[in-house]
Structures are given as C-alpha cells and as structure tokens.
Design a protein around this ligand. Structure first.
Ligand code: ADP
Length: 402
C-alpha cells in the first residue's frame, strides 16, 4: 500500500484520534477539524508534487494566524504526527516503515521550517521591542531636555532679580558705609548667585546641544593662546591645591585655527577643571597634543583617581556622575567636588559641533593607586575662514600680534 492510499484509508481514524488527544472544546474542535483537513490535503499534495513547500506555506499561515486559545503550532504538529503513528501502527501493515519514513521526513521539514519561522518572528518581536524602548527613551530624554530648558528659563528671572537687588544693596552699602560683616554677607549672596548662574547657563547649553541649536561663533584663534588663557584662569586655584599644570608645546598649537574661541575655552577649561577635581593635592596635569593628518589632537592627562571602563562612556551623558554623589562636596576644583554632571555632555557637544570628537582613556578607578585619566580632544584643522563673510570680517586680525 503506498503512502497516499495509507493516508486516505486512515483519514477518519487519524482525525478522531487527533481530536481525542487534543480534547478541544466545541468551538475549537470545529476549527481544529478544519485545520486538520487543510493539513491532510496539503500533505497529500506535497507528496504528489514532491513539494514540501506546500506544507511550509500552511505552517507559515498557522504561525502568523493562530489564536492564543489554540494549541501552539509545535504541539499541534506533534499531535498530528503521533496520532498518525498510533492509528497506522494498529494496522500491522508491513509497508508501515516506508510510510512513516516519508511522513516523518515531511514532519521534520515542517518542524525545521517552524523553528526558523518562529526564530524569525521572535527576532522581529525583539526588534520591535528594542524599537519601542528606544522610542520611549527618546521621548523620556526629550521630556528631560524640555524640563531642563523650561526650568533654566524660569530660574533665570528670579536670579536676575537677586543679582539686581544685591548690586543695589552693594551701592547703598558703599554710599552709607556699612560694617565689614555686612560686606562679607553680600559677598556670600554674590558667590551663591554666581554659582547658580553657572548651573543655569549649563542647563541652557545642554538643552541647546540636545536640540541641535548650539551656534558657533567662528573666529580666528590659536590653540596655544587659548591654553595660555586657561592656565591664567586656573593658576591661583591649582596652586591652592598644590597641583602642577604642565602645558607642552606641540606641532600646530601656534597655527591659525578657525573655531569658536569662547566655546573651545569653555570645553578645554571644563576638562582641565575636572582633571583638577579628580586629582588629589600634589598631583600633576599635563596638557599635550599632536598634529595628525587633518586634525589636531589635544590630550589632558591627570594623576587622579581614574575612571572605570564601564563609566568611560557614561560620563559623557548628561547628569552622569560616578560613585556616591551624596558624599561629594560641591565646587569647581575641590577634590572630588560635585557638579550637576552636565560639564562633559556640554564639552562633548561643543567639540562635536566643531566636527571633532572627545573620549577618555583610563586604566580604571582607584583612589589609592591613582591610575589617572587621559581625555582626548580631536579637532579637524580649520586653517581657512569657513566663508567670505568671516574672511572679510577678520581679514586684518588673522595675523598674530605676539
Ligand atoms: P560634573 O563635573 O558636574 O560632575 P562632568 O560631566 O564634568 O560633571 O563629569 C562627569 C563625571 O565624570 C564626574 O562626576 C566624574 O565622576 C567623572 N570625571 C570627569 N573627569 C574626570 C577625571 N579627570 N578623572 C576622574 N573622573 C572624572
């Protein structure tokens, strides 16, 4: 008896054994009867045409169209096979081995296809999930940025009032003559409001960067002069902390460069101030650099506490500060002085707005062994004015005076 005849002969028994094994409730029973019929005919068709794709197509439909109340496709297929085996096994027919050899062949192919198809579906589900999470994160980040920008602008108004009234108080104090203690208190309000203004400015900068609204004011500059200005800015503070700052000369540092001097000053100052903050008293900071084809690389190396590999990417995201931040003291250069965690996000934004890159290298974090960190700033060399307007505007200024 050939396979087709065998299948036809056992059709009714096969179907009732299958339903016995699955025990579906009435509504599902009708559906499974229908699906079994489809499978049965697909199976016969596949054997006749020697084309297993007919079964694969049906299984594909099952996988995408099955309702949750149905048995899962794998169980359904297994039960179809086992019921066929049971029903045909009872007949004691000698040709059974061959019949099942072929039937099993189709089942294995169907299973293989099923596994591949399910894996693909799983992959699509995972991809969709990743996409959903990415969207959620994006909108979360957007709300964060919106909040920062609104908060910064709302804080600016009362701060301007505080600054205005403090300066009026100072004028009155100097005209009527007040105690030195009064002046000291005014100084306290001043330094508090200055710090607040710095934080608000940082918040505004970060929201400009997040919204791609940071505008560079491109002018001619010289990197060595910029570094010299930073050195003067922090010289008093580093001597208080007994930290040695070495600024090495390097090829290209005294060449005309087009960039935003204020923003580059801000970016490099922040990296150097961080190096001071995370280096204990008595340490050393070395600023060096080199000229690469098309780029200038500036490095800031410290002998501080270092940064663990897992934090080396994180620190460039906004509000990321490492370790137990509740233990940090606040301040721009105090050892481990805390800040809002915006500095490096802004620094990276500024460097990237110049078409450059910023990254850090460190053997790891260790407050005893002090492995140190090296920040790398890569800036594309821009020796020519970016447009005619800037060329005309700075025509005479493009020569160094020192
Ligand atoms: P903030 O200084 O406001 O905390 P930053 O964005 O400038 O924020 O720096 C983020 C974090 O990166 C810091 O809190 C610190 O943990 C780490 N970090 C930055 N620079 C260094 C450095 N030179 N050595 C060790 N850690 C650093």
């Amino acid at each position: 008896m050939n396979l087709i005849t065998r299948l036809e002969a056992s059709h009714n028994q096969w179907q009732s054994r299958l339903l016995e094994m699955l025990k579906p409730e009435q509504r599902l029973r009708r559906i499974l009867e229908r699906e079994f019929e489809r499978f049965y005919h697909a199976q016969i068709q596949a054997i006749l045409e020697n084309n297993p794709e007919i079964i694969e197509t049906l299984i594909g439909e099952w996988i995408t169209g099955f309702e949750p109340s149905w048995p899962n496709v794998k169980d359904f297929l297994n039960t179809i096979y086992f019921s066929a085996y049971e029903v045909n096994g009872k007949t004691n027919d000698e040709s059974l081995d061959e019949v099942f050899g072929q039937l099993i062949h189709y089942h294995l192919m169907a299973h293989e296809y099923l596994i591949k198809k399910e894996a693909n579906l799983q992959l699509i589900r995972v991809k969709n999930e990743i996409e959903r999470v990415r969207h959620e994160l994006e909108s979360l980040d957007k709300s964060k940025t919106d909040f920062i920008s609104v908060a910064a602008h709302e804080l600016k108004t009362p701060l301007t009032l505080i600054e205005g009234y403090t300066s009026m108080l100072r004028e009155i104090a100097s005209s009527v003559g007040v105690s030195s203690q009064f002046i000291l208190l005014l100084g306290g309000i001043d330094s508090g409001s200055n710090r607040l203004r710095e934080i608000i400015d940082d918040m505004i900068d970060v929201s400009l960067i997040d919204n791609n609204l940071l505008q560079l004011n491109i002018q001619p500059l010289w990197i060595d002069q910029l570094l010299g200005m930073i050195e003067r800015e922090i010289s008093l503070k580093i001597s208080e902390r007994k930290i040695k700052l070495i600024i090495q000369r390097f090829d290209g540092d005294h060449e005309l460069f087009f960039g935003d001097p204020e923003r580059l000053f801000q970016a490099l100052l922040n990296i150097i101030q961080n190096a001071i903050k995370f280096t204990p008293d008595g340490g050393m900071i070395t600023v060096a650099g080199r000229k690469l084809p098309g780029f200038l690389e500036i490095t800031v190396q410290d002998t501080g506490i270092g940064i663990s590999p897992e934090d080396q990417m994180r620190i460039f995201q906004k509000f990321q500060r490492i370790g137990d931040t509740s233990l940090h003291s606040t301040g721009k250069i105090k050892f481990k002085g805390g800040g809002p965690g915006l500095g490096l996000a802004i620094t990276k934004g500024i460097i990237e707005a110049h078409g450059g890159g910023l990254w850090v290298e460190s053997p790891g974090y260790d407050e005893q062994k002090l492995p140190g960190s090296t920040f790398h700033v890569l800036l594309p060399i821009q020796n020519n004015p970016p447009d005619d307007k800037i060329a005309r505007l700075f025509g005479t200024l493009m020569k160094r005076t020192d």
